[in-house]
Design a binder for this molecule. Structure first.
Ligand code: HEM
Length: 143
């Protein structure tokens, strides 16, 4: 077996990433544990299936479709209107891990994506919480 380093894009292909994204939002739409983040989204998840698929195609090592259309890949601003704390981040990650499972992703691919997915979901988080790896100090100088 070749030991060459494949990107997730090489493994899944564009169609595979589109399928993953579609399943991701179908799971978000039906999973009781994800009801909190589902409620933040528009009724019709169709446009988000397209946007996230294009985002992930670039993020996973393919052509930068989202950046070409929207001018950048920074996810801070589009998420600013929403309260995203550790719970919301974990709901998002739960949907993504279930989507990987349902689309038959290999263990190797799941492992390859685990840390980067956590990092990008945590970067979108804009609220503090107990599990946050402390960006802003909560310490108030005694005086
Ligand atoms: C961490 C938990 C997250 C929550 C709760 C969340 C929630 C949302 C919501 C509510 C929207 C707006 C949807 C709408 O207009 O109907 C949105 C947009 C979007 N999200 Fe997230 N998101 C999360 C993480 C992520 C991550 C990790 C990514 C990328 C890997 C991502 C990619 C996007 C993209 C590409 C858009 C569309 C932005 C645009 O309008 O161009 N999101 N997200």
């Amino acid at each position: 077996m070749s030991a060459s380093a494949h990107t997730p894009y090489q493994i899944l292909g564009e169609d595979g990433i589109r399928e993953l994204t579609s399943v991701f939002y179908d799971i978000m739409d039906s999973l009781p544990e994800a009801a909190g983040i589902r409620a933040m989204h528009a009724e019709d998840l169709g446009p988000m299936k397209e946007k996230l698929a294009e985002y992930l195609i670039g993020w996973m090592g393919g052509p930068p479709l989202y950046a070409e259309k929207h001018g950048g890949v920074c996810m801070t601003e589009p998420h600013e209107p929403y309260h995203i704390g550790p719970d919301e981040r974990d709901q998002w990650l739960l949907c993504m891990h279930k989507a990987l499972e349902q689309t038959g992703a290999s263990e190797a691919l799941v492992e390859m994506l685990r840390v980067p997915l956590f990092r990008i979901a945590d970067a979108v988080r804009n609220r503090q919480g107990p599990s946050a790896a402390a960006g802003d100090p909560d310490i108030i100088a005694a005086g």
